[in-house]
Ligand binder design. Structure first.
Ligand SMILES: O=P(O)(O)O[C@@H]1[C@@H](OP(=O)(O)O)[C@H](OP(=O)(O)O)[C@H](O)[C@H](OP(=O)(O)O)[C@H]1OP(=O)(O)O
Ligand SMILES: Nc1ncnc2c1ncn2[C@@H]1O[C@H](COP(=O)(O)OP(=O)(O)OP(=O)(O)O)[C@@H](O)[C@H]1O
Ligand SMILES: [Zn+2]
Length: 478
């Protein structure tokens, strides 16, 4: 590791100094030999995440988020590392730091810092910091982790070795104590997805099902058909966002039964439940037993009773912290639905509307035509809010718990008590994956919406012949 300037005598307080003074990029470079200290933690569609195992105080308690690049050029990854497009600069013009960013990576960081953090609360978001890397460092990481990655993720994308930055963030599966010694700490990662039913008047009558069935549940049918999942999830996002204790318990039980990519659990930073880097199947008895046993370190209950107490811990925290209320508000910035927002998108890019083009000129529904005569400022607001909501619908939250020491009254963390074991825990909640969605994705969103609806309608048609409603069908094929 090459250090310059500030970093001759690194200390944990330096990290806070840099954040406090808005120094988002460390004056250091990670070299090939540094790769030995980083191990695979997980990944999503766009990024690979590693955790630190070395002894440098600068990196203890941190994870590294590395961008991936598509193998076939058509993945989710941000292929284009130039800064925002002309239209994106227009869209985000109120966030000066974002539009004047010199690289796409810095734009992403400023988006989290200046757009998402004020909406979700600074207590729950860490925008992270960029660190320069050599391509040799990234190549070593790529080789080192390839065998731990899910095969389908390996086929889809690899580490982007041309990208010379990585993002360093707080490891939210741990509690900071400034040393390499961890634990006991248990954390849960939940990807709750969209928690409301759209009400927009721009939803076409033929798509009215969107007003009564969540996108998540309809999307499950498409995912099943495309073999992305092997069974339908029992989870319904409306439960976890409901504010009702009973329904939150139900959501947690359903997430536990069918975790897919919506639920994971880590013990002292290592995964003990759910799939690394992708989805996972229905929880089997074997997995259930192993999980029960892993919980021993933190849940003081007899064999067979720990999972239930763990679910109580998470459900009570979701209910008491009310953290999902804030997330739901941000998701609801999408109040036009993609069926309305898509027209505003074409106004912004000054292109003929591909949706209205499908209608005879005289038959364009009045509502859509009216969207094409609103001022540009309104179109910008509609699309900007839609994209912010898209980030909020795709992010995850990590809730971490550590047993609370008796008499610890000055703790900066939340406090939760579970009745079943009479235990007290400190907890903290953080949002992760608050990525900026590219403007050009609006067209993909429109197409995907149609695809999801078609798959759901087709399932309904097949089964309706037997006299069932779509909901009953969902329940029976689940
Ligand atoms: O469209 P969705 O709801 O499937 O969300 C995508 C996620 O699929 P999911 O349904 O959660 O399994 C998808 O997750 P997976 O790859 O399925 O784990 C990504 O998060 C994707 O975001 P991006 O392209 O990486 O920025 C997500 O795309 P966005 O729609 O958030 O842009
Ligand atoms: N700050 C963090 N602390 C602890 N674990 C993290 C952190 N950030 C990410 N992870 C882990 O790494 C995984 C992948 O990270 P992330 O969700 O950011 O990837 P992504 O490619 O952006 O995902 P998506 O497919 O949703 O776009 C997460 O699911 C989580 O398990
Ligand atoms: Zn239109």
């Amino acid at each position: 590791m090459t250090r310059h300037q500030l970093l001759d005598s690194p200390s944990p307080s330096l990290w806070f100094f840099m954040r406090a003074h808005r120094i988002y990029q460390m004056e250091m470079k990670l070299e090939q030999k540094d790769a030995a200290d980083w191990v695979y933690r997980g990944e999503g569609a766009a990024n690979l995440v590693l955790s630190y195992t070395g002894s440098s105080p600068l990196f203890i308690g941190k994870v590294m988020r590395i961008q991936k690049t598509a193998r076939n050029g058509s993945s989710h990854c941000l292929e284009d590392h130039t800064v925002l497009t002309e239209h994106e600069r227009l869209l985000w013009k109120e966030s000066e730091e974002l539009v004047s960013s010199s690289t796409k990576e810095l734009a992403e960081l400023h988006y989290v810092k200046h757009v998402m953090t004020p909406l979700l609360g600074p207590k729950h978001v860490d925008a992270g910091m960029h660190v320069v890397t050599s391509s040799e460092f990234l190549e070593s990481i790529e080789k080192k982790v390839v065998c731990q990655r899910p095969a389908w993720r390996v086929d889809a994308a690899k580490v982007d070795t041309k990208c010379d930055f990585v993002l360093l963030m707080t490891d939210h599966s741990l509690f900071p104590n400034g040393t390499a010694k961890v634990g006991p700490c248990i954390s849960v990662e939940i990807k709750p997805k969209c928690g409301f039913l759209p009400l927009s008047r721009f939803i076409a009558e033929k798509n009215a099902i969107k007003r009564s069935t969540t996108r998540f549940r309809m999307h499950q049918v498409l995912k099943l058909r495309q073999h992305e999942i092997s069974e339908l999830s029992q989870y319904d996002p409306l439960d976890i966002f409901s504010g009702s204790k009973e329904r939150i318990y139900k959501a947690l039980n359903d997430l536990y039964s069918t975790p897919q990519n919506n639920f994971r659990v880590f013990l002292n930073g290592s995964i003990i439940f759910g799939g690394l880097g992708g989805g996972t199947n229905k929880t089997s008895i074997v997995i259930g037993k192993a999980f029960e046993s892993a919980l021993k370190e933190v849940i003081q209950a007899d064999d067979g009773l720990r999972t239930r107490s763990f679910i109580e811990l998470v459900a009570e925290t979701v209910y008491n912290s009310q953290v999902l209320d804030q997330l739901l508000e941000v998701q609801k910035l999408d109040n036009f639905d993609i069926e309305g927002a898509i027209h505003a998108y074409y106004n912004i890019i000054s292109q003929p509307c591909m949706v209205c083009r499908e209608f005879d000129e005289a038959r364009v529904p009045h509502g859509y035509a009216s969207l094409h005569s609103i001022p540009l400022s309104e179109s910008l607001k509609i699309v900007k809010d839609y994209l912010i909501a898209a980030t909020a619908k795709d992010c995850s939250l990590m809730i971490s718990f550590k047993p609370r020491d008796d008499g610890d009254f000055g703790s900066p963390y939340g406090h939760i008590h579970i009745k079943s074991t009479n235990q007290n825990f400190d907890y903290k909640v953080n949002f992760i994956d608050l990525d900026l969605k590219p403007l050009k994705k609006m067209e993909t969103y429109y197409e995907k919406d149609k695809k999801i609806l078609n798959a759901y309608a087709q399932m309904g048609e097949t089964k309706h012949m037997k006299g069932n409603t779509s909901m009953e069908v969902y329940e029976t094929i689940k």
